[in-house]
Design a protein around this ligand. Structure first.
Ligand SMILES: Cc1ncc(COP(=O)(O)O)c(C=O)c1O
Length: 387
């Protein structure tokens, strides 16, 4: 039996319709959208438009033109930060950012003198919002990870966005871990920018993602090139999404993302979330029942994403992941998960942790198999306290 529990890295498997849609586009169309006035090119254009609309449905956005496609969340975050921030700007940022956010911010700190203020958080990831209003003073952009890929905590987005709006500070949300798996409604929580990746909770292929960019907010472009129209101008078009989508897009990927988004809309994000909560309840109960296991982040399954990071007494994270793979066929990820900030909060920056992350296609049997394996591994290691 093999069990895939690395869905926070990338969801696997994908819905059947995703595989079919990619092959159908490749074999049955294969044209470049917005680049020709023949039926196949128009169909490809229509496919991209329908995918923007489906993403609006999942995110609660109003206008397809507010969805800019990128190759992943990392590119979307870079587009937002580097396109928006000017020299000397102050940024308020949550304390458990992924390197997709942290590294571009550190680069901007070095190159543009951007100043970073960390929103204080407790070791389980809960953000301390008591001083939020004061902290927003003089801030040009608030950058908020919607959910941590290590702690599994969910950021109180509604409170942060509403305080930021009151203070006139735009908000960029990193929804890499939440889009598709956790409800997001941009018409209620009016964030200004939101980065998503297509291959995690959205269940699409790698190489897809995007930035929701609120209408009226303009960024400097990160790249310039052909956009299919207005070719006589030496400048990128003014209007989104074309302005930001220079170069031929990953249409095969977008075809897959379209099928994935339709699957999510048909299944319902709430139902996906309920299934993941059930699996997480079982997983947390199992971890609680094994002596020699410590896990991090919120205690309750419904307060966390479908992932948990943990350590075992007497077995390093890397060794545990190796044994799980080689002896039990269980795929999890060990290390710092590209988020040293989160590990710093947990106090595991030197040792890392093992992370198990569930997806819509995992079953209770998968969780039983993991818990059984962890019980045997800790028993063989002699129990004790993990730290
Ligand atoms: C919280 C978070 N942000 C951003 C990213 C970057 O996503 P991608 O690698 O698809 O760009 C990840 C990926 O692990 C993530 O977990």
């Amino acid at each position: 039996m093999t069990v895939y529990l690395d869905n926070s890295a990338t969801s696997n498997p994908k819905p059947e319709s995703v595989y079919t849609a990619i092959v159908e586009y490749m074999r049955g169309n294969g044209a470049s959208p917005g680049r020709g006035n023949y039926a196949l090119a128009r169909d490809a254009d229509e496919l991209v438009y329908k995918t923007r609309k489906a993403m609006c449905g999942i995110l609660g956005a109003k206008r397809p033109s507010e969805i800019i496609f990128t190759s992943n969340a990392t590119e979307a975050v870079n587009m937002a930060l580097k396109g928006y921030l000017d020299a000397g700007d102050r940024v308020l940022v949550t304390g458990y950012e992924h390197n997709a956010v942290w590294r571009p911010l550190k680069k901007l700190e070095e190159e543009r003198g951007v100043k970073l203020t960390l929103l204080p958080s407790y070791s389980n990831g809960t953000a301390d919002l008591r001083t939020l209003r004061e902290m927003l003073t003089g801030v040009r952009l608030a950058v908020v990870s919607h959910g941590s890929n290590v702690l599994g905590c969910v950021t109180p987005l509604a409170e942060i966005v509403s305080a930021a709006r009151e203070a006139g500070v735009p908000v960029l949300v990193d929804a890499a871990q939440t889009a598709g798996a956790y409800p997001i409604n941009l018409s209620e929580i009016q964030a200004d920018m939101l980065a998503f990746t297509g291959h995690k909770g959205l269940m699409g292929p790698t190489g897809t993602g995007g930035l929701y960019l609120r209408e009226g907010l303009e960024l400097r472009t990160l790249k310039e090139g052909g956009t299919g129209g207005m070719s006589d101008s030496p400048y990128p078009p003014k209007d989104p999404p074309d302005r930001y989508e220079a170069g031929t897009m990953n249409i095969a990927g977008i075809a897959g993302l379209h099928a994935a988004a339709d699957f999510i809309l048909e299944t319902g994000v709430e139902n996906i979330r309920s299934h993941e909560i059930e699996l997480m309840e079982m997983l947390l109960d199992g971890l609680n029942s094994i002596s020699g296991v410590v896990y991090y982040g919120p205690r309750k399954a419904d307060e966390r994403l479908g992932l948990v990071s943990f350590n075992l007494a007497g077995v390093s994270a890397n060794e545990a992941a190796r044994i799980l793979d080689e002896d039990y066929g269980i795929m999890v990820r060990a290390g710092l998960h590209c988020a040293p900030q989160a590990h710093r909060l947990m106090g595991t920056e030197r040792v890392g942790a093992v992370r198990a992350s569930v997806g819509y296609f995992n079953s209770e049997r998968d969780i039983e198999h993991l818990i059984g394996a962890l019980s045997r591994i800790t028993a063989e290691a002699g129990g004790g306290d993990a730290s």
